[in-house]
Design a protein around this ligand. Structure first.
Ligand SMILES: Nc1ncnc2c1ncn2[C@@H]1O[C@H](COP(=O)(O)OP(=O)(O)O)[C@@H](O)[C@H]1O
Ligand SMILES: [Mg+2]
Length: 657
């Protein structure tokens, strides 16, 4: 590890940073600060320090260090895409034919061109090393981090090898997903959960088994202690009770939210961590403190981290061991951070006074920004390709290859050590909790999310009461003669339709929470299936209440059959149908990629369901093709014969029909 990058090497250094923060932030006395410092120190070393590493099997069996060789990533080079309109459906075929005749069959059937997003990257991040990824927006920083964070979906092809502690990316994705982390640029959280609930949930799902906790430490202790440490470390203690918030829900500030995200990622204790542009929205000093915290985490927990930043001050730059400069998907430099400036100066660039190293590095590929040494105008590389070529010929590249080779000699030893320490429990490390506990944790959280947003739930139920009263008064005391036969069907149909359409709101909710779900999945908090089950569990009482409110009002106002069995059967059916519709819409939301395409499916599905419920077209009139069953998908009188149970909801048994 380089000497200058390790100015924060030990826990003591970290606490110096922390205490400096406290001195400027609060007016506490020295004694208090000292006490606080001592406490954080004790806690930190229990969390990440020696004692935990020695006790924890999980720590001993980690895949540390990442090596990437000839890494090339390809993606579909999509141009601007317009929203398809009705005309496009009809024009599809003529357009295809025109292309076929003008440009030939190859062009007509060709997929959009595949473009190299990253070309031929080589390097390694050893445990305890921190890499700075620099580049202009759009140059491929996120792509690099995603691929190293083992998030390969969305790319056409990933060539080359990426290995984590000697294990290839495929196996890591299959068996050790929890050890590699990609932290996206955006802060994805449930707005109505408080900071404490958000972090506690993350902790609960990532609390290791007994063999990886300290002796005598219960799950609860672990959660409590870790929560104390991370909230102190990122000074979000004062926000614990505040909602995370979003554009509509008032919550914590932007910087605090960022720190919640960082704390959440830290909870995963992944051994390879990729942080995408995480200082966005932070001021310069907060950004520095944040990078310093990652630095100390990197040192203490002995993990490999890479951080992409668009701008970095000099002190911030000094926190890093290595730097990677990307432009147009080409690697312009990968190597020691302190040698980067020298490297580009050798290529013929000048670093103007008062420019930070990071600014200087990003400027070299920009023809308006860079300043060229006198006499070198014709000799400098100009395009990204020329830069990449120059790098491949440089001593820095040779050094890099040497570094990789040197690290790879230790891998065998690491593998043996892992094998020796692995018990059955740690043969796979995808999810920390078994499935049923994931469901339980998600269920609890789901209740908290609903509870946090009480207002909209109460609003919904209030609306249902009014709607019930209005509709009930429309169908008030239906005549018990055959005159009321059709309208009775109408009431039942309306009650069903209303609840089914209310379920449509689930679609938007599902799409809103999808990014969070995907992030949590990549953090290995829980399986998406656990979340789906939890949602249904939470729905059971909520939908029941909704259905009872609505049915109670309308049923008795309309004067439908007043026997317990008839009433309860109507509730049962309504409840089951509504639950089914919730699941149906969520299912569509899970399958479709965007709300737009999902709406098209639901639009059609609702039509079909409404028409074939058996009210608009009576089942007897439905066309049956051959011996095939009639096309009624969902009927409210699903019990055979219209005089079945629902038929009898319409009329009392002594009906005068
Ligand atoms: N999944 C993908 N498929 C095709 N092209 C992509 C994909 N992801 C990103 N790109 C393209 O790759 C380039 C680099 O993107 P990105 O890595 O997000 O840049 P940045 O450096 O701003 O993080 C951009 O031109 C972007 O449009
Ligand atoms: Mg990006």
């Amino acid at each position: 590890m380089s000497s200058r990058a390790s100015s924060i090497k030990t826990e003591v250094d970290l606490f110096r940073v922390l205490s400096r923060r406290h001195t400027s932030a609060t007016g506490k006395s020295d004694a208090e600060l000292e006490e606080e410092r001592a406490e954080i120190e004790r806690l930190m070393s229990r969390m990440f320090g020696r004692s935990r590493q020695e006790h924890s099997e999980e720590e001993k069996t980690r895949h540390v260090g990442v090596v990437f060789r000839d890494l090339t990533v390809k993606g579909l080079g999509l141009g601007a895409a317009l929203q398809p309109s009705v005309g496009d459906i009809f024009l599809g075929l003529p357009r295809f034919l025109r292309k076929l005749f003008t440009k030939g069959p190859k062009a007509a059937t060709a997929k959009p061109a595949v473009r190299e997003l990253l070309s031929d990257f080589n390097g390694c991040i050893k445990p305890g090393e921190m890499l700075l990824v620099l580049g202009k927006p759009g140059s491929g920083c996120s792509t690099f981090l995603k691929v190293l964070g083992n998030q390969r979906f969305g790319y056409e092809d990933v060539q080359g090898d990426v290995t984590y502690g000697g294990t290839d990316a495929k196996k890591m994705a299959k068996d050790f997903r929890g050890e590699v982390l990609y932290n996206p640029e955006n802060d994805l959280h449930y707005a109505t959960l408080s900071v404490k609930q958000t972090l506690e949930f993350a902790l609960k799902t990532r609390t290791p088994g007994k063999e990886s906790r300290n002796e005598g430490e219960s799950r609860k202790d672990y959660v409590r202690e870790f929560l104390r440490v991370v909230t102190k470390l990122f000074w979000i203690e004062h926000t614990l009770g505040t909602k995370v918030g979003n554009e509509f829900v008032r919550g914590v500030s932007g910087g605090e939210k960022k720190r919640v995200s960082i704390a959440e990622a830290m909870i995963t204790r992944a051994s390879v961590q990729m942080w995408d542009n995480s200082t966005r929205g932070l001021d310069a000093s907060t950004a520095l403190e944040y990078v310093q915290s990652i630095r100390s985490l990197t040192n203490m927990a002995h993990v490999s981290t890479a951080v992409a930043l668009y701008q970095a001050g000099e002190t911030l730059y000094e926190c890093f061991d290595k730097v990677l400069l990307i432009d147009e998907g080409k690697c312009l430099y990968f190597g020691a951070a302190e040698k980067a400036k020298e490297y580009f100066q050798h290529l013929g660039f000048d670093c103007p006074d008062r420019w930070t190293t990071a600014d200087f590095l990003t400027s070299v590929s920009d023809e308006h920004e860079r300043s060229i040494r006198k006499g070198w105008e014709q000799r400098i590389p100009r395009s990204a390709e020329q830069f990449a070529e120059a790098y491949k010929k440089s001593a820095a590249y040779q050094q890099n290859l040497e570094d990789m080779r040197e690290f790879e000699t230790h891998l065998e030893e690491q593998r043996r050590e892992r094998l020796a320490n692995t018990s059955k429990k740690n043969q796979k490390k995808n999810y920390t909790l078994p499935f049923h506990q994931q469901v339980w944790a998600c269920t609890q959280r789901q209740f908290l999310i609903v509870y946090g947003d009480k207002a909209s739930l109460i609003g919904k139920w209030g609306g249902i009461v009014f709607q019930g009263l209005i509709v009930g008064s429309l169908f008030y005391n239906l005549p018990k003669t055959s005159q009321g036969a059709f309208t009775r069907g109408g009431v039942l149909f309306f009650v069903l339709l209303f609840n089914a359409l209310l379920a449509l709101a689930e679609m938007t909710a599902a799409f809103a929470s999808k990014p969070i779900l995907l992030k949590h999945k990549s953090f290995s908090f829980y399986r998406p299936a656990a979340y789906a089950v939890a949602q249904t569990v939470v729905d059971i009482p909520l939908v029941f209440t909704q259905v009872v409110i609505f049915d109670l009002i309308i049923y008795f106002m309309a004067g439908l059959g007043r026997t317990p069995s008839q009433f309860f059967i109507s509730i049962l059916f309504l409840w089951i149908v509504t639950m089914t519709m919730y699941a149906f819409f969520r299912g569509i939301a899970a399958v479709c990629k965007s709300l737009d395409s999902a709406t098209r499916v639901t639009g059609f599905a609702i039509q079909a369901l409404v028409v074939y419920t058996g009210y608009l077209i009576p089942p007897t009139k439905m066309v049956s093709t051959g011996g095939a069953p009639r096309a009624h998908l969902l009927t409210y009188h699903s019990i055979p014969g219209s005089s079945g149970s629902c038929g009898s909801i319409l009329f009392n048994t002594d009906s005068r029909l």
